[in-house]
Design a protein around this ligand. Structure first.
Ligand code: PLP
Length: 376
């Protein structure tokens, strides 16, 4: 079976983890701060704006508290979003207000967001679909005009940029995921970025029980180092030296990962361009960069499901992301979102990862063509 996504791991990661074992300190330590510093530089930002946590979903959940979003406040979320985004808003007791997305890019546009704004709107929790940037030049002025916070789910946008600036550094807060199925993987881990260093300070405490001072040896100058105070009923959500060791080695491989993913993307573009029944992903806007997390095609004749089954029978696994939140019964929202509905019914994400061989890509293209010749 050709996987739709899979990580690329090597001896470098293992060697680095062995060093952590040898050090006998597997908890949060120097490697975690090293990784945070590397990532801050990668974003063209500063370490006082960057913080790691145990997963990107934690970042979504915590964004509610950190951005001062209260129960009853409305938060606009594109209906084509990761389930964790919807859960974060609802678990906070806030109102989940969905907006539509562009049927081709699957990203929310300023005009979709504006329709959902009310006097109770406090924030927009944006998703950059597959690391493809939303149009921040129209979304940020809209948010400013209405005084809304902008939270960017950049989970898959590890190397994405918008108009020359790292994706995620445009809004108030952003998060990237390094879970097992992302591009840079470390088992579980995430980075958060904050426009305001003060919110990063708040987050640092929030992600460790709300503790006012660090516990342990660091703080052993205090007379009674077992005493403490808290400033909030915070969580415990941190990375550790084992996951950071992997993350650091994976980080070094990012340029190579991007090169491979872009090559797969181009090979699909070239191999599928003559199929009139398929829409290919749109080219990037000037000055923007994708992380090539997904390669999503759209089947124009209503046969998406049939194509997915046909490919699966040929040992090629595909999928669709993200099942729209308005179709998830438990949210109780429903309604029609024409752009998101079109996308949900006609989009297919093809295999794309660093280990995909040229032969495999060719086999996928040939199988799609075979389906076309038979049914389209
Ligand atoms: C994977 C993913 C997340 C969650 O990341 P975790 O690190 O697994 O919690 C959030 N949003 C999007 C868009 C994702 O793809």
């Amino acid at each position: 079976m050709i996987n739709v996504m899979q990580p690329t791991l090597g001896q470098e990661e293992l060697d680095r983890i062995k060093e952590v074992f040898d050090s006998n300190w597997i908890g949060k330590g120097e490697l975690v701060s090293d990784f945070e510093k590397m990532y801050a530089e990668h974003l063209g930002s500063t370490p006082d704006r960057v913080l790691s946590t145990n997963c990107c979903s934690e970042g979504l959940f915590s964004s509610m508290h950190l951005c001062d979003i209260k129960p009853g406040d409305e938060v606009i979320v594109p209906t084509t979003s990761f389930v964790g985004a919807g859960n974060a808003v609802c678990a906070n007791g806030s109102e989940l207000v969905l907006c539509d997305v562009d049927p081709r890019t699957l990203n929310a546009r300023a005009k979709d967001i504006e329709k959902a704004i009310t006097p109770k709107t406090k924030a927009i929790l944006l998703l950059h679909f597959g690391g493809i940037p939303c149009d921040m030049d129209t979304i940020m002025p809209l948010a400013e005009a209405y005084g809304l916070k902008v939270i960017e789910d950049c989970a898959a946008g590890v190397c994405s940029t918008y108009k020359g600036k790292a994706l995620g550094t445009h809004g108030d807060m952003a998060m990237w995921s390094f879970d097992a199925m992302k591009i840079l993987v470390c088992g579980d881990g995430a980075i958060l970025h904050f426009k305001d260093p003060e919110i990063r300070e708040k987050a640092d405490k929030w992600l460790y029980f709300g503790l006012e001072a660090k516990s342990g040896y660091e703080n052993s100058v205090a007379q009674k180092w077992w005493e403490f105070d808290i400033s909030a009923f915070g969580h415990r959500a941190i990375m550790n030296n084992v996951t950071a060791a992997m993350a650091i080695e994976q980080f070094k491989k990012l340029p190579m990962f991007m090169e491979k993913r872009e090559a797969v993307h181009q090979a699909y573009n070239e191999g599928l361009k003559d199929l009139a029944w398929i829409d290919l992903p749109l080219p990037m806007e000037e000055g923007c960069k994708s992380s090539y997390y997904f390669y999503h095609i759209q089947i124009k004749n209503g046969k998406r499901d049939e194509l997915a089954y046909f490919l699966r029978n040929a040992d090629i696994y595909t999928t669709y992301r993200y099942f729209p939140l308005h179709r998830v019964p438990h949210y109780g929202i429903g309604g029609n979102f024409p752009g998101a509905d079109y996308a949900a019914d006609n989009t297919l994400c093809l295999p794309i990862h660093q280990s995909l061989t040229t032969d495999e890509v060719q086999r996928i293209i040939d199988t799609i063509k075979k389906f076309g010749a038979k049914y389209c």
